[in-house]
Design a protein around this ligand. Structure first.
Ligand SMILES: [Zn+2]
Length: 509
């Protein structure tokens, strides 16, 4: 080896040492996350043994346990005040009802005989045979703030109510599902004996029938399952002769053999990191990703084989869950100015139910939440970018771009706008409350065949994941969260956004 002059050696050493020590103080912990850590999380969460993490089933509960124990190990604390029987917990119990398959029955409206399983689906309720007056009650909703008062001047005691699906302002399938439970509860409170809802979403009836007539899961009407539900039918509202018949009659007969239901629990998993700034730490940023997936075999709703029947959901959404765990590790090690609440959500795949439940039962006041950075992935085909739904709407474009660039990633805004992806993940439950809430996803520019290849398929398994990309994605997500949590001022919706009014209301509280 050639000998270097002594002086040169020592300056080299000095320069290197300085660079090293500067690096150490300047770069936050997400820059030194180990690839093997993110890979291990992914291989566990998307493992065959977790059987597709279907909400309320064993694999889903094991995933929740894994996330909670990682939180504990990484030094996150349970949200102050979140306890079960006096003990602090990372779990937020979300009560579900597991419904058995649709039973038989018929609804008689004048001459028209509507068959269960063909013209309607029993959404809930026990065996019944009733004949009662039918009363039309619009959407069947009450909401003083929105001016909905559909039961005003109506006496529905002992009667069957006929309702429209959805709400006056939203007709998306997930809103129809969620509002439907609320409608049934309200009708029962008003004394109605059954609900007939004219289902009218932009969605083919045969698909609705196939999906809802089988075994399925829904948010429970009552926490302990104590209240018996009144029979509730979704009728094909697109079939003119059915709606005509129902609107023409005074009385209907509602016969059903009932639908079994069983109470099951699943959990949102929440960990908290206190901010460092005395003034800003009362505010927080919410990091979310769903950890549930669709299950195994027939539950997946797509093709499977005896050799591979497990829908592992590596991209959807172990990917986002690993991003949460990465954020948990780095932000707990070196907390930002504002506090951080990390919530791994359940039941996204069955109608965004975990996020919706959380927004209705928040563990910390929502008006102290300045931002929600959600992560959810259908798939990716471009490992040079991350894609962000709502990038230019939610006021943190600079932070997202700076953080991604730090890991060599570009940012692509709103792929396939025609698909309305912004409103199709858990971020929407927070956006609706007014919180700026984009979804940070693995890179793609178009929701095309490339993405569909793995989307809700048995091939979405850890063996097909690019682990170098997973690491960078998780680092960019975490660094984004940090930069936003450290901002002087909170991000704002762009002026004129459809969620801006909700924000004004939320943050003026
Ligand atoms: Zn997803």
């Amino acid at each position: 080896m050639r000998k270097l002059p002594l002086l040169l050696i020592s300056t080299c050493f000095l320069v290197n040492y300085q660079a090293f020590s500067q690096k150490k103080t300047a770069l936050p912990p997400e820059f030194s996350i180990k690839k093997s850590d993110t890979e291990a999380h992914m291989r566990f969460l998307a493992a065959d043994e977790l059987l597709g993490r279907r909400t309320g089933e064993q694999g889903n509960l094991v995933a929740a346990r894994y996330i909670a124990e990682q939180f504990r190990k990484l030094g996150l604390i349970p949200v102050p005040g979140n306890t079960t029987s006096g003990t602090s917990t990372y779990y937020q119990n979300v009560p579900f009802e597991k419904m058995g398959a649709n039973g038989g029955g018929e609804i008689l409206a004048g001459e028209e005989k509507l068959k269960n399983g063909e013209d309607w689906i029993l959404m809930n309720g026990e065996a019944t045979d009733i004949t009662a007056p039918l009363v039309y009650a619009s959407f069947g909703l009450e909401n003083a703030a929105k001016g909905w008062d559909d039961y005003k001047d109506l006496d529905v005691k002992g009667k069957i109510v006929l309702l429209q699906s959805g709400t006056p302002d939203v007709q998306t399938p997930s809103e129809i599902i969620a509002s439907s439970t609320e409608k049934r509860k309200l009708a029962a409170e008003k004394g109605a004996v059954a609900v007939i809802e004219l289902f009218n979403a932009p969605m083919p009836w045969n698909m609705v029938n196939r999906y809802f007539a089988g075994e399925r899961i829904a948010l429970a009407d009552a926490k302990d399952g104590s209240k018996k539900s009144i029979p509730h039918a979704w009728v094909n509202g697109k079939e003119a002769k059915i709606t005509r018949a129902l609107r023409a009659v005074q009385t209907v007969t509602f016969k059903t053999s009932g639908r079994k239901s069983q109470l099951v629990n699943s959990y949102n998993v929440a960990g908290y990191i206190q901010g460092t700034d005395p003034a800003l730490k009362s505010e927080y940023i919410l990091l979310s990703a769903h950890y549930d997936h669709v299950g195994v075999g027939k539950q997946g709703g797509q093709a499977y084989t005896p050799e591979d029947s497990i829908f592992n959901g590596a991209r959807d959404n172990a990917f986002g869950t690993v991003a949460l765990l990465t954020a948990a590790e780095a932000l707990a090690k070196n907390p930002p100015k504002r506090s951080v609440l990390i919530v791994a959500l359940t039941a996204e795949e069955v109608g965004l139910l975990g996020g919706r439940y959380y927004a209705a039962h928040p563990l910390l006041p929502l008006n102290k939440c300045i931002f929600n950075l959600n992560s959810d992935g259908a798939g990716y085909n471009d490992t040079t970018i991350v894609s962000v739904m709502g990038l230019s709407r939610t006021g943190a474009k600079t932070e997202i771009e700076t953080a991604s660039k730090a890991f060599g990633l570009g940012v692509f805004a709103d792929p396939s706008p025609e698909q309305g992806l912004f409103d199709r993940s858990d971020n929407v439950s927070f956006a609706k409350e007014g919180i700026p809430a984009p979804t940070f996803t693995p890179g793609f520019k178009e929701f095309n065949g490339d993405i569909m290849k793995n989307y809700h398929q048995v091939s979405d398994n850890p063996e097909t994941v690019d682990f170098n990309y997973l690491l960078k994605f998780c680092q960019a997500y975490t660094y984004t969260a940090r930069l936003i949590a450290d901002r002087k001022t909170a991000p704002q919706w762009i002026s004129g956004d459809k969620y801006e009014a909700a924000a004004k209301k939320l943050y003026s509280k």
